[in-house]
Design a binder for this molecule. Structure first.
Ligand code: PHE
Length: 442
C-alpha cells in the first residue's frame, strides 16, 4: 500500500464510508419524487432490477479497479492500460465537478430546513402553506446561495483533513441514527388516515403505464443512487486494503442503499396521498410533505430539526465522495497538496452551482426543451454521463482488465464463485442494455 494515500482502517469503516457515499439525497430526496412522477411501483421494480444486476456488477468492477491500482480514476485506467481508456477516468473527474455543483445546492436546502424546523417556521400541516414556503425559499436569489456556500465550505473542510477517522466515526454514529429516524417516520406516515392509497401506488405496479422515459430514469437513478459511473467507487476502492472481500462489500453497499431508498418511499409517498398532495410535484416533494408529517407527531419540531440535520449529514457524506474524486486526481496526477486541491475544486464547484440555484428563481425563464438549468444539469449527469461512464467501466473490466483485477496478488478480487457470470455481464449484458436504454431515451 502506498504511503501518503489515506486508507480505510477497517472493513466496517469502509462499508460505512461507501454506503455513506451511496446513501444521500438520491435516496431520500430524489427517489421518492422520481417514483411519484413515474408511476410508483413500476419505477420501484425497474430501479431495483437495475440496481441488483447492472448496478451490483459495476459496483464490483469499480471497487476492483480502484483497489488493484490504488489510484484515482484517471491514474487507475492509466495504470491498467495506457491510451484512450484514460478518458473514461477524466470523464468521471468532470462528472464529480458537475454533479456536486447542483447537489450542493440541494444540500444547502437541507441546512436551511434544519434551521427553519428549529425555529418553528414549518409547524403546520397545511400543504399549501408549506408549498409556498418552499417555492419562496428556493426561488430567492440570495438565501439558497448562502446555504450552498455553507454546504461547500463544510465539504471542503472535511476533505481538507483527509477522509480519516473523523468522518468514519461521524458516519458510524450518525448513519444508524438516520436509519432509526426514517423508520419512525415510515411508521408515522404509514399509519396516517388515507395512507393506503399511497401504499398501493408504491407497491402495486400498473405495467400499462410503463414508458421509455421511466426506464431511462430508473437506470439513471440506479447509477446516481449507487454513486456509480464516475469513479467515486474506484476512488474509495483505492483506499481499501486487500483483506476485504470485494463481492461481499459490493453486495452490502448495494443492499443498504436500496433499503434506504425503499424506506424513503414509504416515508414520503403515503403521506403525500394522505395530505391530498400531488405525487408528481417534483423536487419539492420531500421538503413539503415531511414537515406536514412532523406536525402530526409529538415533538415534531425536535424530530423535524433532527431529521434535516441527519439528511444534511447524509448529503455531506455523499458530497465528500464526489469532491474526493476530483481531489484524488489533483493530488495523484497534478501533485497538488490536499489543501490546495480541496480549496480550488471546492470553490469552482460552488461557482458552477450558482446558475443551478438561480434557475429556480430569477433565471427560470431560461430553459432548453422545457428544462431549467438545474434540471438540465441533473438530467445530463444522471441520465447520460453516469450510464455512459458505466458502459465504459463495464467494458474495461470485462475485456481489458479482467485477468488483472481478478488475480492481482495485491488488490485483485481473487476468490469469486460468480466470476464468469460477472464477466459476461460486464462484457455484454450491461453495456448492451445501457446502450439500448440510453439511445432509446434520446
Ligand atoms: N449516491 C449519492 C446519492 O444518492 C450521489 C452520488 C452520485 C455520490 C455519484 C457520488 C457519486 O445521493
Amino acid at each position: 500500500m502506498e504511503k501518503n494515500r489515506g486508507h480505510f482502517g477497517t472493513r466496517l469503516g469502509f462499508i460505512l464510508a461507501a454506503a455513506g457515499s451511496a446513501i444521500g439525497l438520491g435516496n431520500i430526496w430524489k427517489f421518492p419524487y422520481l417514483a411519484g412522477e413515474n408511476g410508483g411501483a413500476v419505477f420501484l421494480i425497474l430501479y431495483l432490477g437495475f440496481v441488483f444486476t447492472i448496478g451490483l456488477s459495476i459496483m464490483l468492477a469499480e471497487l476492483a479497479i480502484g483497489r488493484t491500482t490504488q489510484r484515482n480514476p484517471v491514474g487507475a485506467f492509466k495504470t491498467l492500460k495506457r491510451g484512450p481508456w484514460t478518458a473514461v477516468g477524466a470523464m468521471g473527474v468532470f462528472a464529480g465537478f458537475f454533479i456536486l455543483s447542483f447537489y450542493s445546492v440541494v444540500g444547502g436546502w437541507t441546512f436551511a430546513y434544519a434551521f427553519k424546523s428549529a425555529t418553528g417556521l414549518l409547524a403546520t400541516q397545511d400543504i399549501k402553506i408549506l408549498g409556498n414556503a418552499f417555492g419562496g425559499f428556493i426561488s430567492n436569489p440570495i438565501e439558497p446561495l448562502i446555504y450552498h456556500a455553507l454546504f461547500m465550505v463544510i465539504t471542503i473542510t472535511i476533505v481538507l483533513r483527509g477522509v480519516d477517522i473523523g468522518i468514519e466515526r461521524t458516519c458510524r454514529i450518525l448513519m444508524p441514527l438516520l436509519f432509526i429516524l426514517i423508520l419512525v417516520l415510515c411508521i408515522r406516515s404509514l399509519t396516517l388516515p388515507g395512507a393506503d392509497v399511497g401504499i398501493t401506488f408504491f407497491l402495486e405496479p400498473d405495467f400499462s403505464k410503463i414508458s421509455g422515459t421511466m426506464i431511462t430514469s430508473a437506470l439513471g437513478h440506479a447509477f446516481f443512487s449507487l454513486s456509480l459511473g464516475m469513479g467515486a467507487m474506484i476512488t474509495y476502492g483505492s483506499y481499501l486494503s486487500n483483506k476485504v472481500n470485494l463481492p461481499h462489500a459490493a453486495l452490502w453497499v448495494t443492499s443498504l442503499d436500496s433499503i434506504i431508498a425503499v424506506m424513503a418511499g414509504f416515508m414520503i409517498l403515503p403521506a403525500v396521498f394522505a395530505f391530498g398532495y400531488d405525487p408528481a410535484a417534483g423536487p419539492g416533494l420531500t421538503f413539503i410533505t415531511l414537515p406536514a408529517v412532523f406536525s402530526q407527531i409529538p415533538g415534531g419540531m425536535f424530530f423535524g430539526t433532527l431529521f434535516f440535520i441527519l439528511l444534511a449529514v447524509a448529503a455531506l457524506t455523499s458530497a465528500i465522495s464526489l469532491i474526493e474524486v476530483v481531489v484524488a486526481y489533483l493530488i495523484d496526477e497534478k501533485k497538488l497538496s490536499r489543501t490546495r486541491a480541496a480549496i480550488v475544486s471546492g470553490s469552482t464547484i460552488f461557482l458552477l452551482g450558482v446558475p443551478s440555484s438561480l434557475s429556480l428563481g430569477i433565471w427560470s425563464d431560461f430553459t432548453i426543451a422545457g428544462k431549467n438549468i438545474f434540471d438540465i444539469m441533473d438530467y445530463l449527469a444522471s441520465n447520460i454521463m453516469l450510464p455512459a461512464g458505466g458502459i465504459f467501466i463495464a467494458l474495461f473490466a470485462g475485456w481489458v482488465a479482467f485477468p488483472k483485477i481478478m488475480n492481482d496478488s495485491e488488490g485483485g478480487i481473487q476468490d469469486f464463485r460468480w466470476a464468469s457470470i460477472w464477466q459476461i455481464i460486464c462484457r455484454y449484458i450491461a453495456p448492451a442494455a445501457i446502450a439500448v436504454i440510453l439511445i432509446s431515451g434520446l
